[in-house]
Write a new protein. Structure first.
Length: 250
């Protein structure tokens, strides 16, 4: 994902900031050694910070459907990360550097998010769009001056470019087969015993614990005028009790 953001930034800077000029776009750390080796105008985009955007994290699984509309698997949504770049211009004259910075600032401000036609690699067709804020005040714990001190160079005018890009997580679970039949409930009346009470049907060899099997039972007396009382399961492992009441029309 990071290299795709690099190439997308390169394409954006070349199209909207450099306007076809021969200025090079680099991603090197702007250290003293790198500055000493430079012998041509360069726009540098140094990636100095990578952090997850926790405000955009989603934890619910996403359904993936096939051509027939059925769910084939469920995947975790992508995580979104904030990639912070230090954009600088390097020429032999400060005035030329300021012109390049101004051109880059104007080019970035034209877009609140990356133009879809410039997204590269895994970012192509990404929804929601890849955000592209620029020159915003940095967080309190992140100072630009500290970044320059860590690089061992002198403080230089720069733009803080932040790209919020997704990283797909290769984690999915296979969906179970679709349910194609409607639920069924069968109510079977108990046979009457010689004494007039409802007789209990003999238990099945598995105790009536098979899925969807209902064993018909009845108490010695019908409670509350119920027609029949059925209990799912067997004698050792009874399940839910269902009462079927008689409705009298008036």
């Amino acid at each position: 994902m990071i290299h795709d953001v690099d190439e997308s930034l390169r394409a954006l800077v070349k199209r909207d900031a450099l306007n076809g000029s021969g200025v090079e776009v680099a991603f090197d750390a702007p250290t003293k050694d790198w500055v000493a080796r430079r012998n041509a105008p360069v726009v540098n985009l140094y990636l100095y910070d990578i952090r997850e955007d926790l405000s955009r994290r989603e934890t619910s699984w996403v359904d993936v459907r096939g051509d027939d509309g059925r769910v084939t698997e469920r995947r975790l949504p992508p995580r979104r990360f904030r990639l912070s770049y230090l954009a600088t211009a390097w020429t032999s004259r400060p005035e030329d550097e300021h012109r390049l910075l101004s051109s880059m600032l104007a080019g970035f401000l034209r877009h609140e998010y990356f133009p879809p036609e410039l997204l590269q690699g895994s970012l192509e067709g990404e929804e929601p769009p890849v955000l592209l804020p620029v020159a915003l005040p940095p967080a309190d714990e992140r100072k630009i001056a500290d970044t320059w001190s860590a690089l061992g160079g002198e403080l230089k005018p720069s733009l803080d470019v932040v790209v919020t890009a997704p990283l797909n997580i290769a984690r999915a679970i296979e969906a179970g087969p679709p349910v194609l039949e409607e639920p069924r409930l069968a109510v079977v009346a108990a046979a009457a015993a010689p004494d007039g009470r409802a007789a209990r049907k003999p238990d099945k060899p598995d105790g009536g614990r098979a899925a969807g099997r209902v064993a018909a039972t009845a108490p010695p007396e019908r409670p509350d005028g119920a027609d029949e009382v059925f209990t799912a399961g067997g004698r050792e492992a009874p399940g839910r009790r269902i009462r079927v009441r008689q409705l009298t029309r008036r």
